[in-house]
Design a protein around this ligand. Sequence first.
Ligand SMILES: [Cu+2]
Length: 175
Amino acid sequence: MHARRMLRRAVPALALGLAGATLALLSASCGDDSAASSTGGVPGGAKTIYLTAMEYKGSAEVSKEPLPTAKLPEGGGYVLKDPTGDPPKWEVESYAWAPASFTAVEGDQVTLQIVGINGAKHESELEGHDQQFTVKRGEVTTVTFTAGAPGVYTLVCKTHPPNMTAQLVVLPAAK
Ligand SMILES: [Cu+2]
């Protein structure tokens, strides 16, 4: 009886705590150390966001998993390699940005630091912000811009369509 009453009281407190923690995390992941505004919205500022150009890989022995017969979408973002070696193994690859979404606040001075790990180069564009750039393996490409109107903008790698995309989520500024 007592336990149930306590639980009923604890659950909303826990939910509030989680919401607060999520907001704090959101703030921290953007490199923003200011507190959440009491008037709603998320405070802005200067932010550095770190991204990585990746290539995920998997492989299997033909004797255990046959080579898939269905073709992957064309463009260069996906690669399915015929079996090689002894025992013969096939391989599948997918290019990706990590993380696949990142957040800023309208008006933020944003710096992207993008390192190339896999793939020789990535001809890229951040839509809605007039930013075109190339990410090369072993180098950090720095891209700076002011976060535009609230919305969702796509970071596209034109070398590896259709899947090498990420999303910039721009939140409304605190009033
Ligand atoms: Cu790419």
